[in-house]
Design a protein around this ligand. Structure first.
Ligand code: SF4
Length: 368
């Protein structure tokens, strides 16, 4: 319970007092290069600029006291295994005095570069007691995954990588999971991924594909479940099932938050989000954003320190504009708001209310 006190404190400061606190989590797309052609993302399209993050610039930027409380870093892309200077990047991250975990998301299509990269990360992080979490993206079984990823052999390659990693997971990470991004293309087949991962004994997690400024699809989200009534109903049924039958309470609450959001046709978020007034994103171009979803760029860390950017007038405008999207956003669903928790409890009690009516009805029947 003690470990949750800072969490509740930070929640109250951000969500109730509406005050900004230093970030605990840093999201970093470290490269714009990608070997996938996903229907849920446009980053791979040649019309968009592609660069790798410059590790030396990052190191300089992270020395700013604004990052002094960062505990978790997410590395993604593009495809992070295409990043060429991982050792320098780790050097930069180790400037963070309270770093506790690194979370990497990969499509797993290039086994050798990924294994090499993750092996280095694990080795260096173990020396500093930093946990490494690796998540491979699998959106469906077989051809559906290939179609979503736009690569004819994607499923075969990712599964081969997953099996190799899973044969000796402790060499590469502290936790290996599979992430499934739900869109109109795969919602009907989501359970197949779960069954396959259960067989391999690998935890899998599902989240909705969302329009995302950083992935250049913020204004064109045909893939979204919200744009198709049938998909929306299937997704709502799926998350309701998770809410009812997940073993862990935390997972049940998270599933309920997404179920409720879908039931409201994507117009009422009851999950908290720390990206509005705390956590931040640094892109491969060294641009500082709040979230990667709806936030506009606050400024570039090549030109200003993060402390300068956060104190600027631009931050206020970005925060105001981002907030307009929060209610319709379902990204980063990892804990409920107080209101969400209350709705969860009420929904849980519904069956108890029904049972009490049933007992009363039977009772009254007996004395009729
Ligand atoms: S738009 Fe979404 S991800 Fe961004 S701050 Fe709001 S809730 Fe969080």
């Amino acid at each position: 319970m003690k470990k949750y006190f800072p969490f509740f404190g930070n929640y109250v400061v951000q969500q109730i007092l509406k005050r900004r606190i230093l970030p605990r989590t840093l999201q970093m797309p470290i490269t714009g290069f990608c070997n996938s052609r996903c229907v849920t993302c446009n980053i791979w399209k040649p019309i968009y600029p592609r660069v790798h993050m410059e590790a030396t610039l990052l190191k300089e930027a992270l020395r700013d006291p604004f990052f002094a409380k960062v505990e978790n870093v997410g590395l993604n892309g593009g495809e992070p295994s295409l990043y060429p200077e991982i050792e320098k990047l780790l050097d930069a991250l180790f400037v963070l005095p309270h770093l506790q975990s690194i979370y990497i998301i990969s499509n797993g299509m290039c086994a050798e570069p990924l294994k090499k990269m993750i092996y280095i990360i694990k080795e260096k992080c173990s020396q500093r007691k930093i946990k490494v979490h690796l998540s491979l993206s699998i959106d469906a079984v077989g051809k559906t995954h290939d179609q979503i990823r736009g690569v004819s052999t994607a499923f075969e390659k990712t599964m081969a990588t997953l099996k190799e990693l899973n044969a000796n997971p402790q060499l590469y990470c502290d936790e290996l999971t599979v992430g499934c991004t739900l869109s109109r293309e795969n919602i009907a087949r989501v359970v197949e991924v779960e069954c396959l991962m259960e067989k391999l004994n690998i935890p899998s997690y599902c989240h909705l594909a969302v329009p995302n400024r950083r992935l250049y699809n913020f204004d064109s989200s045909d893939f979204s479940i919200l744009n198709d009534r049938r998909s929306l109903l299937m997704a709502a049924a799926y998350f309701f099932g998770r809410f009812k039958y997940e073993k862990s309470l935390r997972k049940r609450i998270i599933a309920f938050c997404t179920y409720y959001y879908l039931r409201q046709n994507g117009h009422d978020r009851i999950a908290g989000c720390n990206y509005l007034r705390s956590d931040v994103t640094i892109t491969e171009r060294m641009e500082l954003y709040l979230c990667a979803t709806a936030s506009e760029c606050i400024g570039n860390l090549r030109e200003h320190t993060a402390s300068e950017l956060i104190a600027s007038e631009k931050l206020k405008a970005v925060e105001r504009n981002t907030k307009r999207y929060c209610d319709t956003c379902t990204h980063y669903v990892s804990f409920p708001t107080f209101r969400g928790l209350l709705f969860f409890i009420v929904e849980k009690l519904k069956s108890a209310v029904w049972v009490s009516y049933k007992i009363r009805a039977e009772f009254m029947q007996c004395f009729k």
